[in-house]
Design a protein around this ligand. Sequence first.
Ligand code: BGC
Ligand code: BGC
Length: 784
Amino acid sequence: MVNNHYMFKQIKEMVIMLFGIATKKDDDWWIGVTALDTPHLSKYESLMFQGNGYLGIRGSLEEPYLNEKRDMFVLGTFDKFENEATELPNLPDIVNMEIQVNGKLLSLNHGETTDYQRGLNLRNGEIVRTFNWQSGKDKLHFEFRRFVSMANCHLFVSEVKITPLLENTRLQIKSGIDGQQTNSGTQHFIEANKRLFNARFVQMQTRTQNSLVKFALTEYHRLFLNTTELTLNPRLQLERRQIFANYSIEVEKGQCLTFVKYANVFASNDKDLQVNVSKDCLKQLEHVGREDYQKLLADSTRVWSEKIWHDSFVEISSHNNKPQIAVNYARYQLFANAPCDYSKNIGAKGMTGEGYKGHAFWDTEIFMMPFFMLNIPSYAHNLLIYRYLNLIGARRKAREGGYHGAQYPWEAAMPEDAESAPLWGSADIITGEPMKILSGETEIHVTSDVAFGVYQYIKNTGDYEFARRMGYEIILQCAKFWASRVTWNAEINQFEIIDVIGPDEYKEHASNNAFTNYMVHWCMKKGAEIITDLRQNDLMTYDKLDQKMDLSKLVKELIQKAAKLYLPQPNNDDIIAQDDNYLSYQKINVNKYRTSDNVSEIFRDFDLKQLDKLQVTKQADVMLLLLLFEDKFSKDVIKKNWDYYEPKTIHDSSLSFSTHAILANDIGLYNKAFEYFEKNCQIDLGTNMNSSVKGIHMAGLAGTWKVVIEGFGGVRTVKGQLHIQPHIPSTWNSLKYSIVWQGSKIDVSVTHKCFSVTSDGKIKFVYHGHVYNVEPEERILIGI
Ligand code: BGC
Ligand code: BGC
């Protein structure tokens, strides 16, 4: 449904198009639009997501439109139907408002809209939308505002101010709780109990069909004419899975009607539940509903600024503010989606859409973990406690496959779940039949990725209490799994790992995928080191784990198998084979897939069986190995492998660009590094209208921060030591950032000529092989 009438209108002076969305020249914390682009509603719904790590709501509009997708999720409330993958159920919608102006329904598809602007404030997640709407003799000014509170995880508040500009007007507003939402047609909720409390509070109580999670949603409204509050009781309207409150008010020309909506959600697995979902929900809203919108917004803004932005700082001085906006956007979304408690993880698309069903992947440990542990380690801590709880599912998965220890699911949902990856995907272009998704069975590198994330967290934070209570156990259970998964190859006299999917998912039956083997080697070796160290230095933890795992037997097995695990070495041309057969496959020209806006474009020409035998790589694979184990390979080897694999990589995953950008910067390909950085920034913010429809890419966003801090800012952990070796893009004047390292806050300021490091605690860092000791409040200045 295209409405050209007000689409692509002249952009206002202060608003500039830096990405596919509008930004402001003097505001690094705003993204928006200046027209309602109805064919691409989904893109903006995803981009303007609001959340607080408990509740997440897409940025759908208040009044209804065709093609809209009103998703709202509460983390950790998965529901599953037989023969389908478990998913986060799409909750009843609380954003909706239907507004009638003298009997005419407000819809920007009709009438004339002027001065349209809608923006998301990245500092506090408030969406503000303003416009004038004229229909016949009626012309009105509208101002919508809303936020999901960071101060109260259950709370959503919105407000609309409506001012008739030409005529006295009868305004009717219908607002309520609409449970006719589905997950692509699947209704996860039973018919609800719906009722009114105290003549003003509408409530819906419902539960998921199979997982039996109970929910209560309550909504309360207040109306003001200019500044005078009206005491209006709503006319109630009940439909199937719907409850609405209706109001009707006469508003004179020039008067302003303010309609405030307070809504909240409770689920039966909430950690803060006191009586039951219905009573808690109502009680809280009765209390909160006494405050006004601005006060509640200020409470939320305070948490953003004092608990989040105070501890997360990046400042880029450049010829335009595009990089700064991109990194602010990434940080906003990561915090808005980061679980507020330890029993949940971050889905590949967070809560921003139905894509990947809310499931968490290796994306969390390898891509997002650095962001959280170097900014606000408590978020990283929560995510890892989740993985500890998920040992139940992971141990079951290992057992069911005939292995020992813990095998983490490729796709994770509830902590007690084993594997949540779906079994069937889209149709094969050759056979026309649905393609089997093998990732849940054979994309097993996730088990070392989780262990890797745990170890990085321990080294970066110095949180040895977590290590003793949970972290070591995770690493050892993973190592134990690997010891049972590697197989002996008598021909080469080594252990090997056959039939896996590596990061390059276009090789479905790879043997000795280099990334996988190196990660497994690391995991078994680290497991052996931890056991040896505990036996010498911490008998209490040793005994505790020994009872669970028989450590003396395990350590021998790990030492023996790690020493004999096959690790592909650079060949005569210095190339590390991605897997046993990759280098023998046919090469093809992949330019058209690399330049296409659509991911998976290659499936128009080849099916997975054919791709299996081509030198085409979906995403950073050997490149990621080289980045994570940078100390094992010379710059020359990295460069040669870059030259070999980069042209064969089609970046069909949002996890690819950031690794390429960081590596390119490391090996002095500075223009390439910046090019990849820009591509990464544009995964969601760019002009591709299809890429974000089912949600934005959390690991891609973490990648934006990673390129700035780990790439241009040069921050790495190598062998447990902090390295800072920055090199900023030529178009930037400076980069300033803070990180937390082992409890100390470190401020780094980089220009083209030098960089300085200060810290509030005593720290050490390495720059080009030299170790620098920094005393508290001392400033170390180093020429570049
Ligand atoms: C992804 C896999 C995933 C599958 C099912 C694919 O698009 O590449 O990693 O397991 O979808 O969710
Ligand atoms: C990628 C995986 C990733 C998943 C979720 C897939 O397309 O190939 O590496 O884990 O998406 O982001």
